[in-house]
Design a protein around this ligand. Sequence first.
Ligand code: DGY
Length: 382
Amino acid sequence: MSLAVFPFKTEEPSLVVSNLATAAAHPAIDEVWAVAPEVGGAEAAVRAMAPEVSGAHAKPVEVIIQERLGTYRSGKGDAMNTALTLAAEQGRDRVHFYDADITNFEASWIDGAERAADRGFGVVRHRFPRAATDAMITWMITRPALARLFPGTFLPRLDQPLGGEVLLTRPAVETLAASDLVRSRSDWGIDTVLTYATSVMDLGFYEHHVADGKRHALYGSLDELREMLIECLDAVASLSGRPGPRPGARHATDPPAPVPEDLKQTTAYDVEATVRLLDAEWSADEIHLAESLPPDLSYLVLDPPTRPRFELMDADRWHMAHGLLMENFALGDPAWESLAFRLWLTRVLSYTTNQARQGFDAAMEYLESTIRRYEVIAAGSS
Ligand code: DGY
């Protein structure tokens, strides 16, 4: 039997509880945990509603307070590591993790993951289409980094390396619970290190395709993703120098499926409000850092009236900027955090106002081709 775990914090309590109920109703699931920090979130409201879900399905539905286990900002990583530690101690055979904000979570997610585990895959990740302007950390930070660091392996080809939807079998749970890399990562970087750590376990790695996409609340300005961006950047940069999955390691994925039309038309964030973020004041330290960038990027620090704002940040300039960030970014240093955010905004806006306007299919093909190209460059220089 399997355990289902939902880390949560500020999601709408009724949505969290509805997802707990979907999991509890599934015949493969014998227990459900919702893991959250104690203060400042939705914990009390979810705790109040959990007994009803538990009663309705005659299964334990527990709300667990996350422990302080990691060394970074205390966030989602502490929640996932709290669950991993407990699950390992209890000798759980299979543990499903799902983000609590999914609005179209249903039994088929659990079915798909269970089927792949029945076929002997030790790790199952869910993959799903997202709007062309969604997943901008995945497309601009994480997958380019995996292409640089692990070219020729399945890591750069993973569809959702930041997704929190995964099934782990017992050996994977035990290895993760004992991993310092994973346990220390208490912030948004947890999904990155978990993806990496599970990729090198050699337990068989399956991507289950959710054709309807993962539906979740969309963003206002991309300022909402600032913290996640810098933590995910730091996490993936921390993988530098580590070995990748063994060549020929077992990896398989469901075949592609048609993408729902409404998803193809969705704009995932507020473009106008995001352009305005580029007007933010530069600190003296940030200007100093930006002035040390190579000439191809130094347009960023030209006089504001003559500075192109984001139009020039194409895939090649971004390859250069991304490489500099991978090598030099310092989490906790305000100038680096601000410069990384600004550089990423210029890249996302450049793509959004060019390729993303050419329609979903062309945009996806463009994004995939940039990852392939970054991989070729990395393979050539290693
Ligand atoms: C990503 O980039 O995948 C994050 O979920 C933000 O959309």
